[in-house]
Design a protein around this ligand. Sequence first.
Ligand code: NAP
Length: 260
Amino acid sequence: MKKVFFAKWNKYMKFKDKVAIITGATRGIGRAVALELASGGCDIVFSYLKSDDLAASLEEEIKKMGRIVISAKVDTRDYAKAGELIALCKEKFGKIDILVNNAGITRDKALMLMEKKDWEEVIDTNLNGLFNVTRQAIVTFLKQKSGNIINITSISGIIGLSRQTNYSASKAGIIGFTKALAKEVAPFGVRVNAVAPGFIDTDMTAELKDNYREKILEGLPLSRFGEPREVAKLVSFLASDAADYITGQVVRIDGGLGIQ
Ligand code: NAP
């Protein structure tokens, strides 16, 4: 009975027969993206770093939606491991339709107090990790002559935020990468866009001190932090056919924080 229901329902899904790879999907924005794409009919391959329990619960949630899901404990800072993530998807599905480069970290500190490892960890995770995954997926996209890459950058990479020189640099790097790659692969029918969230309620922003949080809210036109599912809806739009003529863009979702 359940199978018949899913078979009928699948016909109307916008990501029917599609597969997406999402990096860092156990928590926050990545998790919301995985659930949003799965709810649209997408099968999911996702990576994470250490949250085994959260990975298992995400797998359960996606399976309940009637979708295929594969999780991989893959540190995307490691080039060979990142390759394994791509190989898992290729082996199971023979293709990649959507790649969401989401895994990211912060190590906020004033530059005068920032240690070399704070700089390196952030650049390594946010920027090198994105290269490691995308570099090893790109040939598949080019051969397919179709596909969608969505990179999660940040408003911090556009306007710069104090105590985030490492993070702003990594996210600005992602924006340059997105635009360059969009031009390079457009002739092959592959689109590349970036999403730039402002402050979103996740574990990452839970670290912020109360007084800093209040200061941010004062300067936020929409007077609240965003929710992961709001970012996920934007990612889903960019990954869908409705965005077929959009490439090389950095779409902000920031409650008005970066209005210029
Ligand atoms: P989060 O809640 O801290 O989750 C981070 C996710 O990335 C987790 O699933 C984590 O896995 C995974 N991850 C971290 N390092 C990894 C690595 N080396 N290899 C594989 N997976 C790794 O973060 P979030 O707030 O959702 O942020 C997601 C993305 O949005 C990041 O790129 C972030 O920079 C960006 N962003 C966030 C905000 C915000 O306000 N939250 C604003 C702008 C942009 P484990 O659970 O296993 O550790």
